[in-house]
Design a protein around this ligand. Sequence first.
Ligand code: FAD
Ligand code: FES
Ligand code: MG
Length: 287
Amino acid sequence: MYRILHKEALSEVTKLMVIAAPEVARKARPGQFVIVRIDERGERIPLTIADYDREAGTVTIIFQEVGKTTMHLGTLEPGDELATFTGPLGHPTEIENYGTVVCVGGGTSIAIIFPIARALKEAGNRVISIIGARNKDLLFWEDRMRAVSDELIVCTDDGSYGRKALVTEPLRELLEQRDGEIARVWAIGPAIMMKFCALTTKPFGVKTIVSLNTIMIDGTGMCGGCRVQLTDGAKFVCVDGPEFDAHQVDWDLLLARQRFYLEEEKLAVERWRHQCQLEAQLTAAGA
Ligand code: FAD
Ligand code: FES
Ligand code: MG
C-alpha cells in the first residue's frame, strides 16, 4: 500500500499529493509516469511523476479532477493509502544542452513541464517558458516556473491574468523574432494544445517534443490501448513514449481515440456521485 503523506489544492480542480513510494522515487526521472489504482477494484490511471525525493522516498503527483477516478482520488486525505502505484514507467525526457529551448505547459501540465524545464536549465540550456490556462484560477506554479526559466510568459485564455492569449501566440512570436536561435520546443498539455503547438512550430522546422496522454490500461505494451500512429509507424505510448516528435503524430486519430469511452466515463461519474450521495445520507441518518 502507498500512503498519502501530503495533499494540496493547486486550483479548484487540481490537486497535488505526495506519496510514500521509495522504490519508485529511487529510480524516477523527469518525463516518466506511474499507473495508480485507488483500491483493488479501481481502474488503472496513468499520472506523470511531477517530482520525487529519493532520500525521503516520496513521489509527487498532480492531477486534474476530470472524471470518476480523479474525482475519487481528490477525496482522499493524508493517511489514506493507494492500492497500487506502479512505476517509474516510460522513457525519461532526453536532457542535453541544446542551447535555447522553449517549454510550453498548459493547465495541469504546468506540473509536468516544470521538472523538464528545471532539468533543461540544470543542463545549461537557456530556457524560455510559456505557461497558460483557461483562467487565473487554474494557473499555478508561476513562481516555480520563473525560478527555472530565463524568461517566462504567462497567458490566460480569458485575459484574467497575464497576457490574453493562447500559448501558441507567444510561441509563434518567439519563433518569428528569434529565427534560428530556438533549438527545441517541449509542449505539454491537452492534446488539442499540443496539436496546435506542433502546427505552429512545423513551418519553422524546430524539433518539438510532446508527452502524449492516450488512454492506457496495463502500461506495459500488452493491451494496445495507448497506440498512436506516427509517420514512421504505430507506437505504444506506454513503452515507446510518452514523449514523441510532435511533427510525426497523427493528431486527429489521437483525439478521436481519447474520446472512445466518453459515454461509459459519463455513466461512471453519475454512478459514483449517486453512491457518494447515498453514503452521505446513510451517515447523516446514523446508519
Ligand atoms: P474519465 O472520465 O474516465 O476520463 C476523462 C478523460 O481522460 C477521457 O475522456 C480520456 O481522454 C482520459 N482517460 C480516461 N481513462 C484514461 C486512462 N486509463 N488512461 C489515460 N487517459 C484516460 N492527468 C493529470 O491530471 N495529471 C498527470 O500528471 C497526468 N499524466 C498523464 C501521463 C500519461 C502518460 C497519460 C497517458 C495520461 C496522463 N494524465 C494525467 C491523464 C489522466 O490519466 C486522465 O485524466 C485520467 O485517467 C482520467 O481518469 P478519470 O476516471 O478521472 O476520468
Ligand atoms: Fe497497454 Fe500501452 S497501455 S499497451
Ligand atoms: Mg475513468
